[in-house]
Design a protein around this ligand. Structure first.
Ligand code: MG
Length: 161
């Protein structure tokens, strides 16, 4: 079978004193909150990476970029994504498409979706139409709804030509 599918999920806390980086874009939260984490905490890119790794049963990003390693402190997640795509390609697989949905109450993500798709696609060597980025609020329910954090679900389809 020359098709593989993977899914990824990630969540990060919203805190004061951190930048809010999503899909490689620096956004402004109305209360000045940002995502907490060892790297730049780009929850969207992390979920996409886990979907890619999951498609080939290669484990998760914690295995490749452990939060205990000072090397990855403040790391640009798009750079990590590039490395994951290289790993996939090295094994003879190509990405057909990825799709994702970010769950965040604020700020409004719609104005930034195209920039996120473009940045992710460029780093993955894909066309933007191969990269789906969607956003939803959680209707003020749960941790995302209370703005304690943001989360993201992603899927990736790979093919071996
Ligand atoms: Mg993460």
């Amino acid at each position: 079978m020359n098709l593989r599918i993977g899914n990824g999920y990630d969540t990060h806390r919203l805190v004061e004193g951190r930048p809010l980086i999503l899909g490689g874009q620096r956004l402004e939260h109305p209360d000045g909150l940002g995502l907490d984490g060892h790297s730049d905490a780009d929850v969207l890119v992390h979920a996409v990476m886990d979907a890619l790794l999951g498609a080939l049963s290669l484990g998760d990003i914690g295995k490749y970029f452990p939060p205990t390693d000072p090397k990855w402190k403040g790391a640009d997640s798009l750079m990590l994504l590039e490395q994951v795509v290289a790993l996939v390609n090295d094994r003879g697989w190509q990405v057909v498409n990825v799709d994702s949905v970010v769950i965040a109450e604020r700020p409004k993500l719609k104005p930034h979706i195209e920039a996120m798709r473009g940045a992710i696609a460029q780093r993955m060597g894909l066309d933007p139409d191969q990269v789906g980025v969607k956003a939803t609020t959680n209707e003020r329910l749960g941790p995302e709804g209370r703005e304690e954090g943001m989360s993201c679900h992603a899927v990736a389809l790979l093919t071996r030509p």
